[in-house]
Design a protein. Structure first.
Length: 415
């Protein structure tokens, strides 16, 4: 197996990636523990010291687990690439058939299955030990098994045909295959956005129409004032898996739904729920969802065009431990290594996301009471045990939302 200059570049990028992640974790741990004995002044009346310390301990526990995950994931990636794992797996499938599409689909599916098994101990620990310890886990073994079976079924029914089409286009459409693959993936993404609310999400959770008529009337009035139309307001049994609260929009076109976790509704009054919804409507008003979709589609187009170049370069394969070039190994190598290189520009995308959050907050306070939005956010931070004192650099790389103190300070300026 021959290595080259790209091997050195990959190793340098990976080392930088791991070191920076661990360094950021250390900074976050210090920021959280330094404020362990005192609730920030702006939250002192709403959050007790015990609740603040629970959030600190929860954050510390997640960071401790992440130290192991970062190092372990890097070692697994090295084993797959420079360690010869992908090369061996590819040779195994080639020994079974000469049909390149069969080999490609089998190679990728087996890699995904092995990867899921490798990640399983971390997933189980996170759910049944860490989340359980802090009182958030509601997932049972039967629910986990059911979710796994359903997820596997969807992967086979939806994922395998899509994978086959992608590999077919890569093999048959010539030099500009990447453009045709992009068209298929874009169309598939839009189709999934339309199908998800009514056909996929109900496989995993129950969605019942909102029964609180007083709240529903307020929401209907808010939707009318803001010019938003949806396919309904639903309550999801989020408590089936976790006590964390949340709310979200899903779907596109006329097939849009407003979804509240049942756990969120239990902790909020009607005005606070309305304020949270107004914030989400702000994203639609400012076309943030559309902007994010366009950016995602353009990014995927550029990524596939780059892959279209790399797939013709032997140094790309050889530098990552692959002896026999093929479309399916190129696709996997690109997917596995892209997070290493793209990590360094993540602060840019997170900065844009935080800007969107401020704009959505500003929209919310125009249509609801700023005090209600502040109160709801404080409850979310408290009930989800979110740290109130994150490190600024850690947030720049990891957080799509502004920190609690900065966000609430901005809201108070609008009161």
């Amino acid at each position: 197996m021959t290595f080259n200059l790209f091997t050195l570049l990959f190793l340098m990028a990976m080392l930088s990636y791991v070191v920076i992640l661990l360094w950021l974790n250390t900074r976050q741990t210090k920021a959280v523990l330094d404020s362990f004995d005192k609730v920030p002044d702006e939250f002192a009346q709403k959050i007790t010291l015990e609740q603040h310390q629970k959030a600190a301990n929860y954050t510390h526990a997640k960071l401790t687990l992440n130290y192991f995950e970062v190092v372990f994931s890097a070692l697994v990636l090295l084993a797959w690439t420079l360690g010869g794992g992908l090369n061996w797996l590819d040779s195994f499938w080639h020994s079974l058939s000469d049909n390149i599409l069969f080999v490609g689909v089998g190679f990728i599916l087996s890699l995904m299955l092995i990867g899921s098994l490798i990640d399983l101990p971390f997933s189980l620990y996170r759910t049944f030990v860490l989340e359980e310890k802090f009182g958030f886990n509601k997932t049972t073994i039967s629910t986990l098994i059911s979710d796994t079976i359903k997820g596997l079924g969807l992967a086979l029914v939806i994922g395998v045909p899509l994978l086959y089409v992608v590999l077919y286009l890569m093999n048959e459409m010539g030099e500009y295959w990447w453009f045709f693959v992009w068209l298929v993936l874009t169309g598939f993404s839009l189709l999934m956005l339309w199908l998800y609310p009514a056909f996929i999400a109900p496989l995993f959770n129950k969605f019942n129409p909102l029964k609180n008529q007083a709240l529903k009337a307020k929401i209907d009035n808010l939707l009318k004032r803001t010019g938003f139309k949806s396919d309904g307001i639903f309550v999801m049994d989020g408590s089936k898996r976790s006590s964390h609260g949340n709310a979200y929009f899903t779907g596109i076109g006329k097939n849009k739904r407003i979804v509240f976790f049942d756990t969120l509704l239990k902790g909020m009054n009607d005005n606070e729920v309305q304020a949270i919804l107004a914030h989400e409507l702000g994203h639609f008003h400012h076309k943030h969802i559309r902007q994010q979709m366009i950016i995602s589609f353009l990014t995927s187009l550029l990524g596939l065009a780059l892959l279209g170049y790399l797939i013709t370069q032997p140094w790309f394969f050889n530098g990552l431990g692959i002896e026999k070039t093929s479309n399916h190994t190129a696709l996997v190598l690109f997917t596995l290594t892209l997070p290493i290189f793209s990590f360094f520009i993540e602060p840019i995308s997170h900065a844009l996301s935080r800007k969107h959050e401020f704009e959505a907050d500003a929209f919310a306070v125009k249509h609801t009471n700023a005090d209600d939005l502040i109160s709801s956010l404080v409850k979310l931070y408290r009930d989800n045990a979110s740290t109130l004192t994150p490190d600024k650099l850690y947030s720049a790389f990891h957080d799509s939302h502004p920190s609690a103190s900065i966000r609430i300070k901005q809201l108070r300026k609008k009161q």
